[in-house]
Design a binder for this molecule. Structure first.
Ligand SMILES: Cc1cc2nc3c(=O)[nH]c(=O)nc-3n(C[C@H](O)[C@H](O)[C@H](O)COP(=O)(O)O)c2cc1C
Length: 271
């Protein structure tokens, strides 16, 4: 709904002194006084999550930060260039919109330990029931009779109606099913292993040194301005990162050693 209403973005930007609020637009019709005091940062940081052409343009016009799934180096560089290029059309500088992919991570003392850690996390995230539920999103039928630790059954997907996979609808389920089947056969995967394989892996896997280097490289290569870390455990899931990766990022000059402001807007170096 927000993406549909460019007027709402203008409303947030132009609201000078909070107190009097007067806005008449296609989607909002507001007039009155706010009793909420103005925040120290003046206006909230607007973080946009959308990926379509329209969504990117909306972010270029109004957002301070884009939260994006484009976290790999090549994909990130493409997305970064595309979005930054749009800003001048809206009279904005490239540094006025920060591009921050969501990123997951798995650490270890060695690369092997990190890889084993990453695999254990994915296995815990995709339990037997989750695996079957994922399969059902694509197959469009009750798959609960099948053993998640067994092979993909020889049953065809039911394509009669659309199934929505949470927030992302799978557009071509027949094609996805065919791809999954080919992958399962090629790698001899069980249903659960297949779902683990196709539902993504951690963005950064390695020792604290490799992870810090990769993050820095992404920023230097203009694939991101920073990352929104998504720990696999809450609470406590960031502790390891803070204790082990942040010091190395600081040594590299890639992370602040002290705060220069007190608001999120200032931490993000937004003006
Ligand atoms: C990285 C990312 C994270 C998102 N997270 C959520 C979410 O947590 N909840 C939600 O309802 N929609 C979420 N969305 C959906 C967007 O808010 C938006 O509705 C959707 O992407 C449609 O915009 P688009 O057509 O420009 O992509 C997310 C989208 C992206 C790209």
């Amino acid at each position: 709904a927000v993406a549909a209403d460019r007027a709402s973005g203008r409303f947030l930007r132009d609201a000078g002194a909070v107190g009097e609020v007067r806005f008449h637009g296609e989607h909002f019709d507001v007039e009155g006084r706010s009793t909420v005091p103005r925040s120290p940062q003046g206006r909230p940081v607007i973080i946009q999550a959308g990926d379509s052409d329209e969504g990117r343009e909306f972010a270029a016009a109004h957002a301070d930060v884009i939260f994006t799934p484009h976290g790999s180096l090549e994909d990130g560089r493409r997305f970064y260039a595309d979005v930054k290029r749009r800003l001048s059309r809206h009279g904005r500088r490239p540094d006025q919109l920060k591009i921050m992919p969501g990123a997951t991570f798995a650490l270890g003392d060695t690369e092997e330990e990190a890889a084993a850690n990453a695999a254990a996390i994915r296995r815990a995230q995709v339990g037997p029931q989750t695996a079957i539920a994922f399969l059902e999103q694509v197959w469009g039928r009750d798959m609960s009779a099948y053993d998640p630790e067994g092979p993909l059954p020889d049953v065809e997907p039911d394509l009669s109606e659309g199934v929505s996979q949470g927030r992302v609808a799978i557009k071509d389920r027949a094609a996805v099913a065919a791809k999954w089947r080919a992958l399962a056969e090629e790698k001899h995967l069980s249903i659960r292993e297949l779902v683990i394989e196709v539902t993504g892996r951690q963005t950064f896997v390695g020792t604290p040194e490799t992870v810090a280097r990769q993050i820095d490289e992404h920023v230097q290569a203009e694939a991101a301005d920073g990352f929104i870390l998504v720990p696999h455990l809450t609470p406590g899931g960031l502790d390891d990162f803070v204790d082990r990766v942040v010091p190395i990022l600081r040594e590299r000059g890639a992370f602040r050693t002290h705060y220069t402001g007190s608001t999120l807007r200032e931490h993000l170096e937004l003006t």
